[in-house]
Design a binder for this molecule. Structure first.
Ligand code: AMP
Ligand code: MG
Length: 325
C-alpha cells in the first residue's frame, strides 16, 4: 500500500508518500510566511496554487515510486479557500492516477500520526497548534475533548502578540528566541477553569504592557511561562481524571523546547511518560494525512463517485468516529 497525500488546511501546502507500515517515503512542503503581518486567507490560497505542482512533483520524485494505491487529503477543518485548493488538487491527482480518494480530518491526523511517530499507546494528547488548543483522549470510540482554550488558540495568541510587537508570521519561533533573553517575570492573567483555559485576557494585557514600554524579551518570557504553566496544570488534571499514564504533545507549538521541558517535569513528578513528535512532524505536514488515509482506506471512494467528497471547514475532532484500529 502506497498512499500519496495532500495537506492544505492553513499555511502549509504539503505532499507526502507513506507506505502501509507507516514509513515516510517522501515529505515535501512549502509554507506561507510573512515578514510583517499575519495570514490573509486569499493570499495563502494563492500561495498554495503557485507551489502545488512543484511540491507534488518533488514528493513523487523523492519517493522513488511510480505506482500509488490511494490519494488522501485534509478535508477538514481549515481555512475554506485553502481547503478548496486541496480538494481540487487531490481529485485531479486521484483521477490522473485512477485510484480511490479519501478526505480525512486534519486534527485527527495530528493525533494518530503522533502515535505512529512516537510509539505512545493510549496517551492524553495535548494538541497545541495555530488554531487548536485541546486536551484530548480516546474514550468510547471517539477522541473526546476534555479541555480546550475557550476563545483563541495558543498558536493564534502567540502569532497575534508577535504581530503587535513587529514579528512576522509565524511568530512562535521568534517569541521562543526572545523569551530566552527575558530577565524579569511579569505577572500576567492566569485563567484556568477545570481543564479549560482562556487566552484572550493575557493577550490584551501583554499588548498593553508592551505599549507601556515593557521589553519584548521580558514579555515573551513571561507570556511563555504563564501560558505553558496553564497547560501543564490542565494536562496534569486530565492525566489524573483519565488515569492515563502518557502525555503526548503535538501541533506546531510542540516545537517549543521550554514547553516540552515544563511538561516533561510535570510528567516525571507524577510518574507519567512524556512524548512529543520530532520537530519535523510537529508542524502541519502531509505525511500525517497519508497515514490517516491508510487507516481509513476502507472508506475511500472510486473516481466515478468523487462528487460525493467535499470539504468540511468546521468539523471538530470529537465528531469523527474512530472506526479504525
Ligand atoms: P500548526 O498550526 O500546527 O502548523 O502550528 C503553527 C503554530 O505553531 C503557529 O501559531 C506558530 O507560531 C506556532 N509555533 C511554531 N514554532 C513555535 C515555537 N518554537 N514556539 C511556539 N510556537 C511555535
Ligand atoms: Mg495543524
Amino acid at each position: 500500500m502506497k498512499c500519496i497525500a495532500i495537506e492544505s488546511t492553513a499555511h502549509t501546502f504539503g505532499c507526502s508518500v507513506v507506505d502501509g507500515d507507516g514509513n515516510v517515503l517522501s515529505d515535501v512542503r512549502d509554507a506561507y510566511k510573512t515578514d510583517k503581518g499575519g495570514m490573509i486567507p486569499m493570499d495563502v490560497a494563492k500561495h498554495h496554487v503557485e507551489v502545488k505542482d512543484k511540491v507534488i512533483g518533488g514528493a513523487i520524485e523523492q519517493s522513488g515510486q511510480k505506482k500509488f494505491d490511494l490519494v488522501s487529503f485534509s478535508c477538514s477543518p481549515g481555512i475554506p479557500p485553502c481547503l478548496k485548493v486541496g480538494i481540487k488538487t487531490a481529485k485531479e491527482l486521484a483521477r490522473k492516477l485512477n485510484v480511490p480518494l479519501i478526505g480525512v480530518n486534519h486534527c485527527v491526523s495530528h493525533l494518530t500520526s503522533g502515535l505512529l511517530f512516537t510509539g505512545a499507546g493510549d496517551p492524553v494528547f495535548l494538541f497545541c497548534s495555530g488554531a487548536n488548543t485541546q486536551i484530548v483522549g480516546l474514550e468510547g470510540g471517539k477522541y473526546r475533548i476534555f479541555g480546550e482554550a475557550i476563545s483563541i488558540a495558543i498558536g493564534n495568541m502567540l502569532d497575534k502578540f508577535g504581530r503587535e510587537i513587529g514579528f512576522g508570521f509565524p511568530a512562535g519561533p521568534k517569541i521562543e528566541e526572545y523569551a530566552k533573553k527575558g530577565k524579569n517575570f511579569i505577572e500576567l492573567p492566569y485563567v484556568v477553569k477545570g481543564m479549560d483555559i482562556e487566552l484572550s485576557g493575557i493577550l490584551t494585557k501583554a499588548i498593553q504592557l508592551y505599549r507601556n514600554g515593557v521589553s519584548k524579551e521580558d514579555l515573551c518570557y513571561s507570556l511563555q511561562e504563564t501560558v505553558f504553566a496553564m497547560l501543564a496544570e490542565t494536562s496534569e488534571r486530565a492525566l489524573a481524571h483519565t488515569g492515563k499514564k502518557e502525555l503526548l504533545l503535538i501541533g506546531g507549538v510542540a516545537a517549543n523546547k521550554r514547553f516540552g521541558e515544563m511538561l516533561n517535569n510535570m510528567c516525571e513528578e507524577r510518574g507519567a511518560k512524556f512524548f512529543t513528535v520530532s520537530l519535523k512532524y510537529s508542524a502541519d505536514n502531509a505525511a500525517m494525512i497519508a497515514w490517516q488515509g491508510i487507516l481509513e482506506r476502507d472508506f475511500a471512494v472510486k473516481p466515478k463517485d468523487f462528487d460525493s467528497i467535499d470539504i468540511n471547514p468546521r468539523q471538530r475532532t470529537d465528531q469523527v468516529e474512530v472506526s479504525w484500529k
